[in-house]
Design a protein around this ligand. Structure first.
Ligand SMILES: [Mg+2]
Length: 491
């Protein structure tokens, strides 16, 4: 926005300007609403840490994860040429499905219909996808498949696709199922033995984006009387390093990050935390102690479970808004097991929204082409029927001959127009898709449907936004209203 246009929005004396409204907020920073949510009924706002408060630089994290994965795979006997593996961290998106039987990576729409697929880094032709996945209903929750639903897991797909590609190019036989298991266990090991943590904490600036508006956003909630809590799967030592980096000296009113939160729970163990979980413990130096009384500000807790947490914090589930990035661990589980409201952080949303805006003219052109195609198809059917009648009537006079020629020409013209229509439509689809993402198109949509990932967001996130600090644009008492949801018969 230029300086002039910003100034025009100021309420100048004597000049009537409309009151501020949601649409003054740039689209990429808006909060989007699936279900009505009144912040005035929310007393507690809870936050996940990784990828929610702490926005990781995806490319850097993925490079680190792939390198650590490859090192470990080579140690386990994979060929040493993988050390020089070429890979593209832009390749994966959330919501992909890995078919471990064939080594394919797939994108589905909300009805679990596969529309796009890659083997290694090669796009799978449409006919092959149809042959493999369209005759039988796909069952994503069976052991054959693995669903990529977190930003952490993106690097698994980057590694997997690149390794399949590299090994097959050398004509090596690949056990697709075993390779995927090995990739996952290698990166899990690098997390479990603290290697990932130590790389990240040794250079936080490189791996994490510090959001300059985060502290004020949290402060705004607190000034409105809301209580904040942190519920993270990360252990205390890492949480402390990360939160100090994010909030440590952000506002003079808060001597440390812990002052922003009423309750802090580390090593939570979500998603199990929302079900049975573990007993809630208090961290006391190096020791853990069972918690008997109510939860206290200033203490740090470990593990626990939803039921104990709600009871010991003395809160009602419906007064909680939980903000997280993990569709299963944060959003789906809390929606299903508790009465918490959910806000999902989708860091990819700025690219998604930008692509949506950039492709507006193309998408409008597609609607025009769809209307034209319907008209052409009606005309085609009309002239085809007419032609049949003329042939059947067997009339051979000069008028009948002339009419047959006329109808035949009309048919040729319509068929040519239809071919042109479809070719233009497909070219636009390809262009729109590339604007969203070079390999997979839109994250949340698949053609005119929601993608399978988009459906999860739609079902379980009450609101969604790009990052926590986008909430600062709204009142802490905001009534987030969902758009009117029309069924096809109401359109
Ligand atoms: Mg997270």
């Amino acid at each position: 926005m230029s300086a002039e246009s910003r100034q025009l929005a100021l309420p100048l004396a004597g000049i009537s300007v409309p009151p501020p409204n949601g649409h003054a907020i740039p689209r990429k920073d808006r909060v989007y609403v699936n279900r009505d949510l009144r912040l005035s009924t929310i007393d507690w706002v809870g936050f996940d840490m990784d990828y929610t408060l702490a926005i990781y630089r995806q490319n850097e994290m993925d490079r680190l994860s792939v390198e650590l994965t490859i090192d470990r795979l080579i140690r386990r006997g994979y060929p040493s040429y993988l050390k020089k593996l070429e890979y593209d961290t832009r390749f994966p998106i959330r919501g992909l499905l890995v078919d471990k039987r064939y080594g394919h990576v797939l994108k589905m729409d909300r009805y679990k219909v596969v529309h796009l697929g890659y083997h290694g880094m090669q796009k799978i032709p449409r006919e092959e996808l149809n042959e493999l996945y369209h005759h039988k209903r796909i069952r994503p929750h069976t052991p054959r498949y693995h669903w990529i639903d977190t930003l952490f897991a993106l690097s698994e797909v980057t590694s997997y696709a690149a390794i399949v590609d590299a090994m097959e190019r050398r004509k090596e036989r690949v056990d697709f199922d075993k390779l995927f298991a090995d990739v996952r266990s290698a990166i899990d090991e690098a997390h479990a033995d603290g290697t990932v943590y130590s790389y990240v904490t040794s250079d936080l600036e490189r791996y994490v984006e510090r959001d300059p508006d985060l502290a004020r956003t949290l402060h705004k909630f607190r000034s409105a009387g809301k209580k904040l809590f942190l519920l993270t799967n990360s252990p205390l030592a890492y949480t402390d390093r990360m939160m100090t980096f994010l909030l440590g000296d952000a506002l003079p009113e808060y001597p440390s990050w812990r002052h922003y939160f009423e309750i802090v729970v580390c090593s939570a163990g979500k998603p199990r935390w929302f079900q049975e979980g573990r007993p809630l413990m208090e961290i006391d130096g190096d020791a853990l102690r069972h918690v008997k009384g109510p939860l206290e500000r200033g203490k740090i807790y470990d593990g626990g479970n939803l039921a104990d947490f709600e009871r010991l914090a003395n809160l009602r589930g419906s007064s909680v808004l939980y903000v997280g990035d993990h569709i299963y661990g944060d959003i789906l589980r809390s929606k299903k097991e508790s009465s918490w409201h959910t806000a999902m952080i989708i860091p990819e949303l700025d690219a998604e929204v930008e692509a949506h805006e950039l492709t507006a003219a193309d998408r409008a052109r597609q609607r025009t082409l769809e209307d034209a195609r319907e008209r052409l198809e009606n005309e085609l059917r009309y002239y085809q029927g007419r032609y049949k009648e003329l042939v059947k009537s067997n009339a051979d006079d000069v008028f009948a001959q002339a009419e047959r020629v006329r109808v035949k020409r009309a048919l040729e013209r319509i068929r040519a127009e239809l071919r042109a229509n479809i070719a233009e439509y497909d070219a636009i689809t390809e262009r729109v898709s590339r604007t969203f993402h070079p390999y997979w198109g839109s994250l949340l949509k698949e053609q005119s449907e929601m993608s399978s990932f988009g459906l999860q967001v739609d079902l379980y996130a009450d609101i969604y936004t790009r990052r926590v600090s986008c909430l600062r644009h709204y009142s802490p008492q905001q009534f987030f209203r969902s758009p009117y949801d029309l069924m096809p018969h109401e359109l």
